[in-house]
Design a protein around this ligand. Structure first.
Ligand SMILES: Cc1cc2nc3c(=O)[nH]c(=O)nc-3n(C[C@H](O)[C@H](O)[C@H](O)COP(=O)(O)OP(=O)(O)OC[C@H]3O[C@@H](n4cnc5c(N)ncnc54)[C@H](O)[C@@H]3O)c2cc1C
Length: 347
């Protein structure tokens, strides 16, 4: 896994409780017990991990609950090897390395991480909230929901003829950049994810074509500049994947251009980066006010429920940008607001 066992202790078990207990906060024998937390963080993506760090910094009794077997959110599960260029302080860092650093940062303080448990509901209690997972329940004064996009479900073509090539040359998730070495690669999509994959593979692939069904690419201007100037990257707007050809693996793609003519291009690999399907609707049943697929929050990241805050991709407010960097800022705001609320209650 590449993680420092001493800091994080990730192992593949149904539920893993990890705590650091050298100083006040969590003590060793409390690791698996239900104690009253100051704060429970739901979701172990970058926003949740940074929230845990901020909570530790304030010496709050904090627990992070992540439903998957490993923390890291989209970075760990969707793009561990992709370079990230827009996190402050790192000119470039890969997804998994940023997760490792976030885990190290959070691991400095005596907090608790529980992986392999999905939070299924919350219930108001006299002292705060009871958080129910698929395996246990935990009590807390405050909550920060960092559930991101809920599940990691890449948007698919829903065309059996195309989707049947998954794992045979068609990729919705890229785990290893090396799989693309000296290959002819097609990247489908016009946004930042598609552009990032194209740039990450430019020096690895033999030849890379990026198509988008619209007339212009929506990625960052700088990315577009780099793509346009790369030797072996071809940008083709107004182009749509019609079908894939091959027997046991992809050998060619049929592309419709300008909605009128169809061409066949020899191809080895196809990466589809046309977005993710949001899986956050379960949060509505918790009594949380939502706008579309996101939780509505105030400028202190407060939701409509008392003591319940949210941060990261799961929130919306005017001007919200879904980036790792904005999640970090929101995490700090949410945890500090929770700390102030607890202080006011206990005063
Ligand atoms: C291909 C791709 C490339 C990207 N590149 C960049 C980039 O270069 N720069 C950038 O800034 N952003 C990038 N992003 C966006 C970035 O990944 C997100 O903004 C970021 O991951 C949001 O972090 P988060 O912690 O809010 O949510 P997530 O990363 O989605 O993490 C949420 C976590 O909550 C967990 N969870 C959900 N529901 C529950 C529950 N009920 N109980 C317990 N746990 C739960 C999930 O399992 C998940 O681990 C990219 C996204 C994609 C898909």
């Amino acid at each position: 896994m590449g993680f420092d066992r001493g800091l994080a202790g990730w192992v593949h078990l149904a539920t893993v409780v990890t705590e650091t207990a050298e100083s006040p906060g969590y003590q060793n024998d409390e690791g698996a017990k239900n104690v009253l937390d100051d704060i429970i963080i739901i979701g172990g993506g970058p926003t949740g991990l940074f929230s845990l760090y901020i909570a530790g910094l304030h010496r709050m009794k904090a627990t992070l609950i992540e439903k998957l077997d490993r923390v890291g959110g989209q970075l760990e599960h969707l793009y561990p090897e992709k370079p990230i260029y827009d996190v402050g302080g790192f000119p470039m860092i890969r997804g998994r390395e940023l997760v490792e650093r976030l885990a190290q940062q959070a691991g400095q303080y005596p907090t608790r991480q529980i992986t392999g448990q999905a939070v299924t509901g919350i219930q108001q209690m006299p002292e705060g909230w009871r958080v129910t997972t698929d395996k246990a329940h935990y009590d807390t004064r405050c909550l920060v929901i960092c559930g991101g996009i809920g599940d990691f479900l890449p948007r698919k073509f829903n065309d059996p003829g195309i989707d049947s090539y998954e794992h045979r040359g068609l990729y919705y998730v890229v785990d290893r950049l090396e799989d693309f070495r000296d290959q002819r690669v097609l990247v489908i999509g016009g946004g930042d994810s598609a552009a990032d994959w194209a740039m990450a593979l430019a020096d690895i692939a033999q030849d890379l074509t990026m198509i988008h069904r619209r007339s212009s690419f929506q990625c960052h201007a700088d990315s577009l500049d780099k793509l346009q100037n790369a030797q072996n990257i071809h940008l083709v707007p107004n182009a749509e994947l019609q079908s894939i050809e091959g027997t046991d693996r992809v050998t060619a793609v049929r592309i419709t251009r300008d909605r009128v003519r169809t061409e066949t291009w020899p191809m080895d690999k196809v990466i589809v980066a046309i977005g993710l399907v949001p899986g956050t609707m379960a949060f509505r049943s918790w009594g949380l006010e939502m706008q579309g697929h996101e939780l509505k929050v105030s400028s202190t990241m407060a939701t409509n429920l008392p003591g319940v805050y949210a941060a990261g991709d799961i929130v919306t407010y005017p001007g919200k940008v879904k980036l790792i960097a904005s999640g970090f800022g929101e995490a700090a705001t949410a945890v500090e607001a929770a700390r102030d609320a607890i202080k006011a209650t206990l005063a």
